[in-house]
Design a binder for this molecule. Structure first.
Ligand code: ATP
Ligand code: MG
Length: 204
């Protein structure tokens, strides 16, 4: 059976899709059969997979769209033979689908923008995972070392009781430049670190 990771936070623009693609590609690159299930009705990951294909360097993982509350029932049949399945969660508002994604998963990754005002939906996301009995791990994104925002964000996640991974991604235009491409440079590295840490802490 596939190990399934849901990348969820009830906040837009936190890095769910970027993290999902980075993780799926790291797994595929390591030789695993990796499938990304795009549970966002807007289909952002599916669109990026099409763009990567057009660029001549297609994503190595399989990407398919399925945004439905009956995801827990259907996910097995749409991902046959996968070793790892990564679910790219929906934007805020699609609560039923977010819950379905979490219930389909063995672990939840909560992308946490390292800016205090952008962490407001983290506790509600954590509650969903806890309610479903699925272990959740926070990962800082848009991290700016040495800033007040970073220090405040570090404190907030402690207050919220988030189990933070050591892996984190800095705020950089090098990240947004990977849009619609097979991950390179620091996004590729982020995916590998995340996969490695997750394998040690959640799948082991
Ligand atoms: N560390 C970063 N540095 C700079 N830009 C980033 C970083 N992480 C993500 N981005 C950019 O921020 C935007 C939002 O990221 P992404 O689409 O992954 O978020 P999302 O949580 O999936 O958003 P949505 O809720 O709309 O689905 C994208 O343009 C992405 O390239
Ligand atoms: Mg997205």
């Amino acid at each position: 059976m596939a190990f399934t990771v849901a990348v969820i936070v009830l906040k837009g623009g936190a890095g769910k899709t970027m993290t999902s693609i980075a993780l799926t590609e790291a797994a595929a690159e390591s030789g695993a059969a990796a499938t990304l299930v795009d549970a966002d009705p807007m289909g952002g990951a599916v669109r990026q997979a099409a763009l990567a294909e057009e660029s001549g360097r297609p994503l190595r993982g399989t990407v398919l769209g399925l945004s439905t509350p009956d995801l827990p029932k259907r996910i097995g049949s749409i991902t046959p033979g996968a070793d790892i399945v990564v679910i790219d969660g929906p934007p805020p508002g699609a609560l039923k689908i977010a819950k379905a994604a979490i219930e389909s998963a063995d672990a939840v990754i909560i992308p946490c923008p390292a800016r205090p005002g952008d962490l407001d939906r983290v506790p509600a996301t954590l509650e969903l995972a806890e309610g479903a009995g699925v272990p959740a791990f926070g990962v800082f994104n848009f991290y700016k070392t040495g800033t007040n925002n970073a220090a405040a964000a570090e404190q907030l996640v402690v207050t919220y009781g988030v189990n933070m991974l050591d892996t984190r991604l800095i705020d950089s235009t090098k990240v947004s430049e990977n849009y619609g491409l097979r991950p390179r440079s620091l996004v590729a590295r982020y995916g590998r670190e995340l996969l490695d840490e997750l394998t040690r802490k959640a799948a082991g």
